[in-house]
Design a protein around this ligand. Sequence first.
Ligand code: NAG
Ligand code: NAG
Ligand code: NAG
Ligand code: NAG
Ligand code: NAG
Ligand code: NAG
Ligand code: NAG
Ligand code: NAG
Ligand code: NAG
Ligand code: NAG
Length: 424
Amino acid sequence: MKILAFVALTFAAVVAVQQQPPGISQPIVEDCGFGGSVVCVNRYAAVLPYHFNRSITSLAADYDFRNTSVPSAPSFSLLENASFVVFDRARGLQYLGSNPAYEFMFAVGDNVHEAPVYVPELNKLFMSQLPPVVAPISTMSQYLPQLVIDLNRQPLALEEYITEPPIFAPNGGVYHDGRIIWASSGGFNSSVLNGTEQRIALHAVDPTTNVSTVLLNNYFGFYFNNMDDVAVHPTSGDLFFTDPDYPWFNGRVDTAPQLPTASYRFNPATGATFLVEDTIDQPNGIAFSPDGSTLYITETGALTGSIDPAVGPGTKHYNTTGRRSIYAFDVAENGTKISNKRAFYLAQDYIPDGLKVSREGLVLTATGHGVDVLDPTGQLVVRVQTNHSVQNVQFTGERLDTLWMLGNKGISRVHWNITGQVPR
Ligand SMILES: *[C@@H]1O[C@H](CO)[C@@H](O)[C@H](O)[C@H]1NC(C)=O
Ligand SMILES: *[C@@H]1O[C@H](CO)[C@@H](O)[C@H](O)[C@H]1NC(C)=O
Ligand SMILES: *[C@@H]1O[C@H](CO)[C@@H](O)[C@H](O)[C@H]1NC(C)=O
Ligand SMILES: *[C@@H]1O[C@H](CO)[C@@H](O)[C@H](O)[C@H]1NC(C)=O
Ligand SMILES: *[C@@H]1O[C@H](CO)[C@@H](O)[C@H](O)[C@H]1NC(C)=O
Ligand SMILES: *[C@@H]1O[C@H](CO)[C@@H](O)[C@H](O)[C@H]1NC(C)=O
Ligand SMILES: *[C@@H]1O[C@H](CO)[C@@H](O)[C@H](O)[C@H]1NC(C)=O
Ligand SMILES: *[C@@H]1O[C@H](CO)[C@@H](O)[C@H](O)[C@H]1NC(C)=O
Ligand SMILES: *[C@@H]1O[C@H](CO)[C@@H](O)[C@H](O)[C@H]1NC(C)=O
Ligand SMILES: *[C@@H]1O[C@H](CO)[C@@H](O)[C@H](O)[C@H]1NC(C)=O
């Protein structure tokens, strides 16, 4: 009996081993130094041992890669507390540099934090906060001030920032020629917004006087839907912005969308607006490569909602099978020609929201609880993991080697060997 039981046990163990697919690289994940804050994933975990299962993200819970259940690979749990996950070891460790650091900086409300703009002359980081979804919309009564961090002062503090006149709900921002360009994403009658009627618009702010002006607030009389993010073409200075349709079901406007979702180019010198792209369901983040020859636009159609005028705020859906990719485009003729749309990267987590391109040409996108760092071929090199959602990122500092990450419930930053494009 004893021998039989031993044989049966051995047989069961052999069977269990044989069930695993050949080709697994062990360990799947390993410590790559810095006290466990940096881990390396071997061969992109291309083959995982059975049974593995990643729960499906919904609006209620975000399951990222580290939440995948892989009980047969104990090393997988090293992902849990890592701040940096290196996928390409040689380049990833070089980009992290000799002293990578992750710091959680500020606990903030459970609302979207966006539109980060670094003003190098002042060494200040400006950003916005969007109001939480309020239904019914008639009860909306929140003009929320923007925020600023004066990086010259210690300890760092998050302070309110109000322009004159005020701006409601910037959703994207970029520095250009000494000014903050904010793309605002809310529109209400004056009763809601402290006596100022505001419609979705591009604004320019002088960060010294705090005076704001409106550059664009309509397309031949139609209100824009959102103005989610904005980028400056490096040689022409034209402003490229995305216009998805989130504010209606998020309760930030009192009018349902009037235009198809699209992306545009605005020429500040002439006032002319040009359609550049209208095949993306929800165009969101937008950024140029340093030489201006490639444009990246994120598609966040996996997160959508009703634009029916009869259906109000709070009607959002999220679906992992929906579109949540970055697309790349060729840019020619001094920023006037966009062509050759191609799929660049499918977000490993949630949706690719804001994005920036580093001086090295790396594409950094805010996805779920972290930031993915991609090379110009779309290969994931490193992921920064946060314990809060990240909607957008911004480089700061003299060397532009600090990256701030903003989202619901948290603002954090990393110091590393990746540098931002020089603001101009
Ligand atoms: C994966 O995990 C989720 C959550 O625990 C569970 O509902 C689902 O049935 C699992 N699916 C598989 C195929 O294991
Ligand atoms: C995913 O894992 C992180 C790290 O362990 C944890 O904080 C988070 O709660 C997990 N998410 C879900 C939805 O379980
Ligand atoms: C991650 O950190 C938590 C809290 O400190 C700890 O309980 C857990 O064991 C850690 N996980 C791993 C894999 O080290
Ligand atoms: C930082 O990155 C540059 C290339 O961008 C590289 O030459 C340098 O060796 C890296 N520094 C470290 C400490 O890895
Ligand atoms: C707007 O009005 C509300 C309600 O009267 C007030 O609490 C808030 O401080 C005002 N905000 C600004 C920026 O004036
Ligand atoms: C502009 O706002 C800042 C707050 O960030 C304030 O310190 C400064 O005095 C303001 N400038 C003017 C001219 O009001
Ligand atoms: C691009 O356009 C801008 C604005 O019209 C102009 O100042 C600049 O000289 C142009 N650059 C090139 C390379 O054509
Ligand atoms: C906004 O105000 C105008 C002028 O008072 C009014 O005609 C319009 O109905 C209002 N719109 C909404 C959506 O409240
Ligand atoms: C998710 O998307 C698929 C494909 O578009 C669709 O068939 C399905 O109904 C969607 N599910 C939800 C919950 O929206
Ligand atoms: C994230 O971690 C920091 C400590 O590093 C903690 O103070 C903060 O409350 C955490 N935030 C969330 C949303 O869990």
